[in-house]
Design a protein around this ligand. Structure first.
Ligand code: GDP
Ligand code: MG
Length: 597
C-alpha cells in the first residue's frame, strides 16, 4: 500500500490529457511497440474522432524511483460536462490529480470545475504546464495564472510537453513524492468504490473499482450495496493495457471485476461492492442515481423499422445504462421512443451509434429538459413533463418548475459585454464576475438548463470569437412560465414539431420557427401554410409557395438516363424525410427550433 499511487488527470478539453496519458505509459514501459497507437486511452472510434474520452478507464503502470518499485494507477476521466458524475466518482477513487493547463490557452472553465471536484475530494493537486514547446506558449503568464488559482508556489508548477516528452520524468517523480499513498484498513470488511463500468459483448459488464478497505478475492460472493444484488466474482484483476487476472485485489489498489452481468444498468457508478457474507456496515458516501437531463423523441425514418429500432435501443442500453427510453407515439411520426440523455453530446452520441453500429436511420425531434408541472386541482402532485404533449392544459395549470444550472464562463475582458448580453438574453442572472488576470474574466450565471439546449454553444462561440469556455452544474428547479408552441402545416398540427418555451419568448420563437421551416421544407406542388400557435391562438404564419412546374419537366425530350439520375438524386435527398399528411418534412426541420438565428 505504501508504494501505490492513485491519480487522475484533469484538464480542459484539448489541453493534452490523452496525449500526456500516452506519454506516461510510454515512459514507464507500460506499452509494447505493438500496442503503440495514438491516444491509447480513447479506444472507441467515436471518441477518437471527437477527441474526447467518453468512458473513463484505468491503467496501471510500474515505475522504479530511487530503487523502489511503485504501482501508479492512472484513472482516466471523461472530458465533458454531460458525464460530470462519472468524473466525480473517478476523482473520488484517487489521492492526487495532475491539473493539466495548456501553456497557450491558460485556465479554462472546465479546468476550474474539475479542480473544484478534486478539491472537494481532498486530492493533492499537481499543476502541469503543458505544451511548453508551442511557439505561442506563454509559460510565465500561465504559471502566474496557475499560482493565483491554486495559491501554490511557482516552483510547484511542472513545465511539460506531452508531445516532445519534456517534463515527463518530473511528473512521475512528483506523483510519487507529492501524492499520498492510499490509506484504508486491509483487515476491515470489503468496501470498493465502483468508478466505471464497460460493456463487453463477450464477457458481460466489466466493473472498475478502487478498494478502500479490505480485499476482494476471486470467487467471493459479493454484493452491490445500492442495487442490493449479489453475484460471484468470477474474475478479478488489475488493469494494464490488457486485463491481468489476479487471485485478489487489496486495499488501496484499483482493479476490474467480471460477474457475468449482461445489463449495464445492474452496475451503477458510485455504488459500493462488499462481501455478501461479511458486508461492510456502510456504503461509500456520494452515490447518486444519474438522471437524464435532456429528452427527445427518436423515430425510425421508415415506420416499418420500429421493431428493429426497439431492439437496437435495447442493445444500446445494455452497454450504456444512462440511456433511458420508453415507447411513445406521435400523430405525425407514428411509433417511436421518448429517450432521456445526460446532455446534448450524449444525445448526439446515441444518434450516431444507432446509425453506425445498428444501421438505423432515425428522426430526432426537438429536445427538451424535464419540467415539473402542478395543476390547480392537485397542487402537490408533480406531473413530470418530458414531452411537450405531457404539459397539462394551460387553463388547469397551477405552476411549472424548470431545471436551473450554475454556468461558469471564462472569456477575455473584451468579450465580457457580449457574453453578458447573451446570457441575459438566455434568461441568465449574473451571480459573480471575477478577473482571473487583467485580461481574463470568469463569469457565473444562474441559468435555465433549457436555454443551454437551445443553441447556446454556437452563439457563445460567435459572440466571443471562440475565446470563451463554458461549464455548468445543476442547481435544482425554479418556477417558470412555460407554454407550448404548436406548429401547423397545411392547417394540420404536427405534434413532433411542438416545443416547450418560456412565455416571454414564445412569440419570437414561434415567428422564427415559421421562417426557419419555410427555409427547410422543400417546395411542393401546392402552397403550404405554416402556422405557429399557442393553444388555439395563431401567433405567426408563413407560406411555402408551390413549385411552378415539375422538376423533371425540363428533362422531357432529353435523354432518359439523365432523368433517372435526377430521380435517384431526389430519392437520396429524401432519405431523412418524413411524409406528414401530404407534406414532406426533412430531419433538419425537426431540430429547427435549435437553430433559430
Ligand atoms: P485532451 O482533450 O485533453 O485529451 O487533449 P489531447 O491529448 O487530445 O490533445 C489535444 C491536442 O493537443 C492534440 O492535437 C495533441 O496532439 C496536442 N498536444 C497535446 N499535448 C501537446 C504538447 O505538449 N505540445 C503540443 N504542441 N501539442 C500537444
Ligand atoms: Mg482526450
Amino acid at each position: 500500500m505504501k508504494h501505490i499511487r492513485n491519480f487522475c488527470i484533469i484538464a480542459h478539453i484539448d489541453h493534452g490529457k490523452s496525449t500526456l496519458a500516452d506519454r506516461l505509459l510510454d515512459f514507464t514501459g507500460s506499452v509494447t511497440e505493438r500496442e503503440k497507437q495514438d491516444q491509447l486511452l480513447d479506444n472507441m472510434d467515436l471518441e477518437r474522432e471527437r477527441g474526447i474520452t467518453i468512458k473513463s478507464h484505468a491503467i496501471q503502470m510500474e515505475y522504479t524511483y530511487e530503487g523502489q518499485e511503485y504501482i501508479l494507477n492512472l484513472i482516466d476521466t471523461p472530458g465533458h460536462v454531460d458525464f460530470s458524475y462519472e468524473v466525480s466518482r473517478s476523482i473520488a477513487a484517487c489521492e492526487g490529480a495532475l491539473l493539466v493547463v495548456d501553456a497557450a490557452q491558460s485556465i479554462q472553465a472546465q479546468t476550474i470545475s474539475n479542480l473544484y471536484l478534486a478539491l472537494d475530494n481532498d486530492l493533492e493537486i499537481i499543476p502541469v504546464l503543458n505544451k511548453v514547446d508551442l511557439p505561442s506558449a506563454n509559460p510565465e503568464e500561465v504559471t502566474d495564472d496557475i499560482v493565483d488559482l491554486l495559491g501554490c508556489d511557482a516552483e510547484e508548477v511542472i513545465p511539460a510537453s506531452a508531445k516532445t516528452g519534456i517534463g515527463i520524468e518530473d511528473i512521475l517523480q512528483a506523483i510519487i513524492e507529492r501524492v499520498p499513498a492510499p490509506e484504508g484498513d486491509p483487515g476491515a470488511n470489503l468496501q470498493a468504490l465502483v468508478f466505471d463500468s464497460v460493456y463487453n459483448p463477450f464477457r458481460g459488464v466489466e466493473t472498475y473499482f478502487r478498494v478502500l478497505n479490505g480485499k476482494i478475492s476471486k470467487g467471493d460472493k459479493i454484493k452491490f450495496m445500492a442495487t442490493g444484488n449479489d453475484y460471484f466474482a468470477d474474475e478479478i484483476g488489475t488493469l494494464k493495457l490488457e486485463q491481468h487476472p489476479k487471485k485478489e485485489v487489496k486495499t488501496g489498489d484499483v482493479g476490474y471485476l467480471i460477474t457475468g452481468i449482461k445489463d449495464a444498468r445492474e452496475v451503477k457508478v458510485g455504488d459500493t461492492i462488499t462481501l455478501s457474507n461479511s458486508p461492510s456496515p456502510e456504503a461509500i458516501a456520494g452515490f447518486e442515481e444519474v438522471k437524464p437531463m435532456v429528452f427527445a423523441g427518436i423515430y425510425p425514418v421508415d415506420t416499418e423499422d420500429f421493431e428493429e429500432l426497439r431492439s437496437s435501443m435495447e442493445k444500446l442500453q445494455l452497454n450504456d445504462a444512462s440511456l433511458v427510453f420508453q415507447p411513445e407515439s406521435s400523430a405525425a411520426l407514428g411509433f417511436g421512443f421518448r429517450c432521456g440523455f445526460l446532455g446534448m453530446l450524449h444525445m448526439e452520441i446515441i444518434q450516431e451509434r444507432l446509425e453506425r453500429e445498428f444501421n438505423m436511420t432515425v428522426i430526432t425531434t426537438v429536445p427538451n429538459v424535464s419540467y415539473h408541472a402542478f395543476t390547480r386541482k392537485s397542487p402537490d402532485e408533480i406531473v413530470i413533463v418530458n414531452n411537450p404533449s405531457d404539459l397539462p392544459d394551460p387553463s388547469t395549470l397551477d405552476r411549472v418548475e424548470e431545471p436551473y444550472i450554475k454556468a461558469s464562463i471564462i472569456t477575455k475582458s473584451d468579450f465580457v459585454g457580449n457574453v453578458m448580453s447573451l446570457c441575459i438574453d438566455k434568461r441568465g442572472q449574473i451571480t459573480n464576475q471575477s478577473y482571473l488576470t487583467t485580461e481574463r474574466v470568469e463569469l457565473n450565471f444562474d441559468m435555465p438548463l433549457a436555454e443551454i439546449v437551445f443553441d447556446f454553444y454556437d452563439r457563445l462561440k460567435t459572440v466571443s470569437k471562440g475565446y470563451a469556455s463554458f461549464d455548468y452544474s445543476p442547481i435544482g428547479l425554479r418556477s417558470s412560465k412555460l407554454v407550448r408552441v404548436d406548429i401547423l402545416l397545411n392547417a394540420q398540427p404536427v405534434d413532433a414539431l411542438s416545443a416547450l418555451v418560456h412565455a416571454d419568448n414564445a412569440h419570437t420563437i414561434g415567428k422564427r420557427m415559421c421562417e426557419k421551416l419555410k427555409e427547410l421544407i422543400p417546395r411542393q406542388q401546392f402552397d403550404i401554410p405554416i402556422q405557429a400557435a399557442i393553444g388555439s391562438k395563431i401567433i405567426s404564419r408563413e407560406t411555402i409557395k408551390a413549385l411552378r412546374k415539375d422538376v423533371t419537366a425540363k428533362c422531357y425530350g432529353g435523354d432518359i438516363s439523365r432523368k433517372r439520375k435526377l430521380l435517384e438524386k431526389q430519392k437520396k435527398g429524401k432519405k431523412r424525410m418524413r411524409q406528414v399528411g401530404n407534406v414532406e418534412i426533412p430531419q433538419q426541420a425537426f431540430m429547427a427550433v435549435l437553430k433559430l438565428n
